[in-house]
Write a protein that binds this ligand. Structure first.
Ligand code: PLP
Length: 325
């Protein structure tokens, strides 16, 4: 296996613990656990911290002085990237899809506090704008490093290959036999890394991605993209593992009214977890995934299973949804 350089940005290992009150409230016959990647400690925490440990190491190795990345207005990826850049003394440009709101809140407010240079564009123009910014900076003699949306390239996915190693060790120490991991899935680096990491470590449970905004078939179908990403990460790591779209299990029933739109599914899940366990999931990703898990369990699925919900962050975005929640 190849060694890939990383820097420390996250507090690892993140905690893993049970959710006894939620299990009881749902009358669930199995067991529920949670992996707390909301507690990585970089800005408001979240899954992008693990990817950034590899991406930022690469940026430093390439002598970058400026980081450029992109996301939605409440992007957890962007605020964690901004925080990492500031910690490493780098400038940070973020390209956000949408119009500049009158009042910045949640992660956007944190982006501004941390001095990110923010560009607002329409969603389809994000990648083009990142390239234009990089070009402009290069012509000024600067050294920009572009990180794709969600940090989801092969290098970013390596963070979640290693996360599987971490969780497998924890589960063993705690004597937990895990049947299923549930995780919010969107740009794909997290699930692609996990599925590769599962094969690498011999983890035998299922990994169920809850699609936040992606479709199974049609243009830009998600499973082939996940397999490609996983295979690129395998090549980087020098692993003799080959993934196919069939290696990726996803639920597509919880897309609601679209990306970042809160509905009853998210609203109920956020309140139920907070009121039973005192833990907050967010409006865009983890509330949707938690809602999906609750719904499946309430419909009698996954009986007697030991399920691990992977909390990927998103709490700071709640503050932009005061009126919807
Ligand atoms: C980005 C994000 C995800 C999805 O991870 P991907 O690697 O983009 O699929 C899930 N949860 C939260 C809180 C996120 O910010």
């Amino acid at each position: 296996m190849n060694y890939i350089k990383k820097i420390t940005l996250a507090q690892l290992p993140t905690p893993l613990h049970g959710l006894p009150n939620l299990t009881h409230a749902l009358g669930f016959s199995g067991k529920l656990y949670m992996k707390r990647d909301d507690l990585t400690g970089l800005a408001a925490g979240g899954n992008k911290s693990r990817k950034l440990e590899y991406l930022m190491a690469d940026a430093l190795q390439q002598r970058a002085d400026t980081i450029i990345t992109a996301g939605g207005l409440q992007s957890n990826h962007c605020i964690q990237t901004v925080a990492a850049a500031k910690k490493l003394n780098l400038d940070c440009h973020i390209v956000l899809s949408g119009e500049k709101p009158q009042r910045a809140n949640g992660n956007l407010f944190l982006d501004i506090l941390a001095g990110a240079i923010i560009h607002y564009v329409e969603r389809p123009k994000r990648n083009q704008r990142m390239e234009e910014l990089a070009e402009a900076l290069r012509s000024e003699g600067k050294h920009p490093y572009v990180i794709p949306v969600g940090g989801s390239n092969a290098l970013g996915a390596v963070g979640y290959v290693m996360a599987m190693k971490e969780v497998v060790t924890q589960l063993k120490l705690m004597n937990i036999s895990c049947d299923r991991i549930i995780v919010a899935s969107s740009s794909g680096g997290t699930q692609a890394g996990m599925v590769l990491g599962a094969k690498m470590t011999g983890f035998t449970g299922k990994i169920t991605g809850i699609s936040i905004d992606r479709l199974k078939t049609g243009k830009g179908a998600f499973p082939p993209e996940l397999a490609e990403l996983g295979n690129k990460a395998a090549a980087l790591l020098g692993l003799d593992i080959s993934l196919t779209p069939e290696d990726f299990e996803l639920e597509y029933d919880y897309l609601g009214d679209g990306y970042a739109v809160v509905g009853n599914n998210e609203r109920n899940a956020i309140k139920m977890l907070a009121q039973t366990e005192g833990i907050f999931v967010g409006p865009v990703y983890t509330g949707r995934a938690m809602g999906a898990m609750i719904d499946r369990i309430q419909k009698g699925k996954w009986k007697n299973e030991t399920i691990l919900f992977w909390h990927t962050g998103d709490m700071a975005a709640l503050f932009d949804y005061v009126d919807e929640l």
